[in-house]
Design a protein around this ligand. Structure first.
Ligand code: GRG
Length: 625
């Protein structure tokens, strides 16, 4: 219904101030936002059709908008043709769903809300600890079906009300643990937990409530408003559990009437006509456009809109991993593969930096992007991918590690260029970050890139095994710290009085070699290799790191500034103890060639399979940029 067509009977209360109390927070939560974004991005990257199993979130307006963009909603994955992309909903899915999809050759993206994934991890841990799991939630709701599907049949009992406990065939001394549907009523959950504690002697539960922050905040906000309202309208879909809970909370709080509306077209005008104060909120799956349509209709009908204060929500999640959509690493020519690797890597970094809202955050994210996405050969990321490929590691995981290393590398370049270090104006053919932005932004963007690198490595998507992730984090920490980049840079800034070749190597193998060594080590960690292979790879890495920096020193003398993308002839002017200063240009070239041979020797063990690493070595020695 268009607001202009509303005929409104004020019931003789023209003088009274009729108002709408607009709840805060309301509408989209971070998990919903993230799931919708995953479908949008899959469509943007791969075009239509992108199949989505079930409603991505419980809102028909959202579903219709995505359908118009090219998404195809299905009930089950067997409706999806092999090879196609299938996105699983934010509510989470049973393990068997994902496994069956992968078995049919689908490229499955899981848009599960991270807070639901946390509940999945919890129930699994309780089960492994020998506890029977009591899952507090609504039978048949997709989130409950998905959580049930994490464990074998019989391991979990779903309970929706305290009386359900009487139906369980479990003795009072059974070790139990409870978990709660993230969108359950906070009040009802408390009553259920109390009933469980009464019925069982050995009860474990989550450290923090399973009910998500968004449900908790929306229920608290509407409870506050409902007390002062004659009518509460909840903008949401009838499918939505959290929307229905908001209606219940409003009624329980004492508001005489509460109703669910999809948008302005559903406004119950006969009831609204009698109301003086209307509380208005929206479910976590409701787009703000639907709320706006209701607000505008009520405003046109003579209601003043009072936006109430409420909790500010700062929860953000990293975007859904679209790794499963990457084509197999081995497809296409070498050139194509390198181009694809670079573009996949950059897309990953772009997504890892993510969306930002406030002005300060936007500037920081912009500076981070400028630093890490503005050119660069991606040598270190190519190296991780080539080593992982050599030892049977996953390409998608190698790309994530490569993205982390490129973030650290970019940080080191940004800080290296600062006035307190090399004071450079040009990098990768463009103004350095502090010239383009300012020094404070450059320092902070570097800090944030460094933190982001560790965040990427520590993320579950990088490797399912926590021990491997811990090794990756440890390895990178060592590569950047006192014995790595920071220590090497310090040696460069404060060289000994009469530096020897050993001093030079000690500095260069840290300043540049440490990250190259870590790239090789990380690639090896992602695959399976014998101790002998590992030792060879490390020897290869040691020599490659040195050769890469020696060539860098040589380029300062012989390079073309336009090709190298930065000011040259700076080392000699600054009296730096570089390879060319210590060994002369010819001596440095001879040294590089010896190191190159040592790289090839170390790779002998791998035979033909190591040819991508040999190509990268040749490139390191002969590169002109
Ligand atoms: C990482 C905590 C931490 C501190 C950094 C400033 C600093 C400490 C270290 C400087 C390290 C540095 C800049 C070494 C030089 C490495 C080098 C040869 C850079 C050029 O690498 P390329 O050629 O560059 O791969 P592109 O632009 O292609 O990525």
């Amino acid at each position: 219904m268009g607001s202009s067509s509303i005929f409104f009977n004020t019931g003789g209360r023209e003088g009274a101030r009729r108002r709408v109390l607009l709840a805060n927070p309301r509408g989209f939560c971070a998990g919903v936002d993230r799931a919708i974004e995953a479908v949008e991005q899959a469509l943007e990257k791969h075009g239509s059709p992108v199949y989505v199993r079930r409603a991505i979130v419980h809102n028909s307006a959202v579903v219709q908008r995505l359908e118009q963009m090219g998404a195809v909603f299905v009930q089950e994955l067997d409706e999806v043709p092999p090879g196609a992309i299938a996105v699983l909903s934010a509510h989470g899915s049973a393990r068997s769903v994902k496994a069956a999809g992968q078995q049919r050759g689908l490229r499955v993206v899981d848009a599960i809300c991270p807070l639901v994934a946390k509940v999945h991890a919890e129930v699994e841990a309780w089960y492994r600890a020998g506890r029977h799991v009591l899952l507090i939630g609504h039978q048949g709701h997709p989130e409950i079906v998905g959580t049930l599907g994490q464990l074998p049949a019989g391991a979990v009992s779903v309970i929706s009300q305290p009386q359900d406990l009487d139906l369980l065939d479990l003795g009072p001394n059974t070790a139990v643990a409870y978990a709660v549907q993230t969108t359950f009523s906070v009040r009802d959950a408390a009553a259920m937990i109390a009933a469980i504690a009464e019925r069982f002697s050995d009860v474990a539960g989550p450290r923090a409530s399973d009910i998500c922050y968004a449900t908790t905040n929306r229920q608290a906000a509407i409870a506050e408003i409902a007390r002062k309202s004659d009518l509460v309208l909840v903008v949401g879909d009838t499918m939505s559990s959290n929307a229905r809970r908001l209606v219940e909370v409003a009624l329980e709080t004492g508001c005489p009437m509460a109703q669910l509306v999809g948008d302005a077209a559903d406004i119950p005008w006969t009831i609204v006509r009698e109301a003086e104060t209307i509380g208005l909120t929206a479910a976590a799956s409701t787009p703000e456009s639907a709320v706006n349509s209701v607000v505008e209709a009520l405003r046109s009908a003579g209601f003043a809109i009072d936006e109430t204060d409420g909790t500010t929500e700062r929860v953000r999640f990293r975007p859904v991993s679209l790794d499963p959509l990457d084509p197999p690493a081995s497809e296409g020519s070498l050139e194509d593969r390198l181009d694809r690797l670079r573009s996949d890597l950059e897309a990953k970094i772009e997504r890892a930096i993510g969306r930002s809202r406030g002005a300060g955050e936007r500037r920081l994210a912009e500076a981070m992007r400028y630093a890490v996405l503005g050119g660069g050969k991606r040598f270190r990321a190519l190296l991780v991918a080539a080593v992982a490929d050599l030892v049977g590691g996953s390409h998608a995981q190698a790309l994530r590690v490569g993205a982390a290393i490129e973030c650290v590398h970019a940080q080191s370049l940004v800080h290296d260029d600062l006035p307190c270090m090399d004071n450079d104006d040009l990098r990768r053919g463009r103004p350095t970050l502090h010239r383009k932005f300012d020094e404070a932004t450059a320092v902070l963007a570097g800090d944030a890139l460094l933190a982001l690198a560790f965040e990427i490595l520590a993320d579950n998507d990088t490797h399912p095994d926590g021990a491997v992730r811990a090794d990756l984090v440890l390895g990178l920490a060592r590569a950047v710290g006192q014995d790595g980049l920071a220590g090497g840079q310090m040696m460069d800034l404060y060289p000994p009085a009469n530096p020897t070749k050993a001093d030079l190597f000690a500095c260069e193998s840290r300043k540049t070699g440490a990250l190259i060594r870590f790239a090789v080590e990380a690639g090896a960690m992602l695959g399976q290799c014998s101790q002998a292979e590992r030792e060879r790879l490390l020897r290869f890495a040691e020599n490659l790191g040195l050769v890469f920096q020696i060539r860098d020193d040589m380029l300062d003398r012989i390079g073309d500034a336009a090709v190298v993308g930065k000011a040259l002839d700076k080392d000699a002017a600054a009296g730096r103890a570089t390879a060319t200063a210590l060994l002369g240009l010819d001596g440095a070239a001879r040294q590089a060639s010896q190191l190159e041979s040592a790289c090839h020797d170390a790779l002998d063990l791998f035979g033909q399979k190591a040819s991508p690493l040999r190509d990268l070595t040749r490139f390191a020695v002969s590169r002109m940029h």
